[in-house]
Design a protein around this ligand. Sequence first.
Ligand code: NDP
Length: 434
Amino acid sequence: MTFKNLNELSKFYKKKRSERITSLEKSGFLKNDWKESLENNLHLSEEIADSMIENQIGTYQLPYGLALNFLIDGEDFAVPMATEEPSVIAAASSAAKLFREYGGFQTAVTERMMIGQAIITNVPDPEKAIALLEENEIDIIQKANQAHPSIVKRGGGAESIRIREIEADQEYQTPHFLIVHLQIETLEAMGANIINTMMEAILPFLEELTKGKALMGILSNYATECLATASCRIPCEALKKGSLSGEDVRDLIVLASKAATIDPYRAVTHNKGIMNGVDAVVLASGNDWRAMEAGAHAYASRSGQYRALSSWQAASNGDLVGELTLPLPVGTVGGSISFHPGAKMTHHLLDNPDAEKLESIIVAVGLAQNFSAIRALVTEGIQKGHMSLHARSLAISAGAQGDEIEKTSQLLKESKHMNLAQANDLLNEIRKKQ
Ligand code: NDP
């Protein structure tokens, strides 16, 4: 960890892009030889883009910004985010600023164990098959590891099996399924390819043992054994807002948390707010955001009902305490991480964290994002902050350029209606006067 001069980042939002890059360098987050890549807007070359996907015809860009003020497990971070949504970065940064005065975010991660699953049908004698699978656990693990020896050499690999049975279901007209989970340590990788290679390699042996038919062998994105938790704590006095006392705001946040625990319609929006932050960092770090999304929402339903992923409670001394747990099987190697300029920049700006630390950063951002959204909702409403940023998007959509963007969005904020038609009218008026 190198020393960071956070003063260099003050009033970051007021600076021009070139000034932000310079202050980022002065702050110690951006090393000198990385500056050029940022100045070149993290250019993804034609050659790399064409080799990443099929039928490539262009590159689709997103803004890349920094959520500031994060203190996570005692370490300072400026967290890169790739997002198209206004106010996400401002909201994360403002929550992080508030919490850093009270110790920031504390995190804990479980052992990073990924799950591969083989689904087997038409098993004539499930009881016998299960006994045979258990007897042959060591051989199954060995065959899996032989299929991907390099991860074993690195200190990881398949470690154990777990067998699940799902009985035939008349309502859904599903047959009996015998499911074999392989628990695999993929170290710094998310491990999709490692796991899929291993699973496909053991299918013939599983068929031999069970006398059944293997339907498929693939990782499960429901990574229940790769969890990250962030928590934070703040005294009520720090929550005071306008005419509302700190206790009032705390109690409203706790109540909002309860509403999202019990009502799936609210829970989905609550969790979407968390994923605003999570996805933006997952994407910026070159990780598979579809995998994190799918896993997070399944985890939100683990009780049988879709619920809030986070909880906010009043501690016995009156403080507000927040906690968020997510499955976060992110990697620091693999996929496009080592060659995508944006992903490389993110890992650089975060001081090349290992996968566990990256999990900690992401879950802390999710909790910060959640706090800002709920606090705004139960106090001034989210439209106030959101609409002022939205005004800029409307101005740009209306065709405003250069100075016109600021002028149009200022007038929009002052006008009764904030919509595209109004932005068009205001822009026309500005142009007439010029
Ligand atoms: P890769 O296969 O690209 O990379 C992982 C490889 O990196 C390892 O096999 C290993 O190869 C190498 N490596 C180098 N250093 C380490 C280290 N310290 N720890 C672990 N591995 C290391 O990626 P993943 O297997 O992680 O798969 C992720 C990709 O798969 C993502 O792009 C994702 O989008 C995609 N994907 C996702 C699916 C899903 O989620 N359902 C399905 C299919 C694909 P070696 O040891 O041989 O050097």
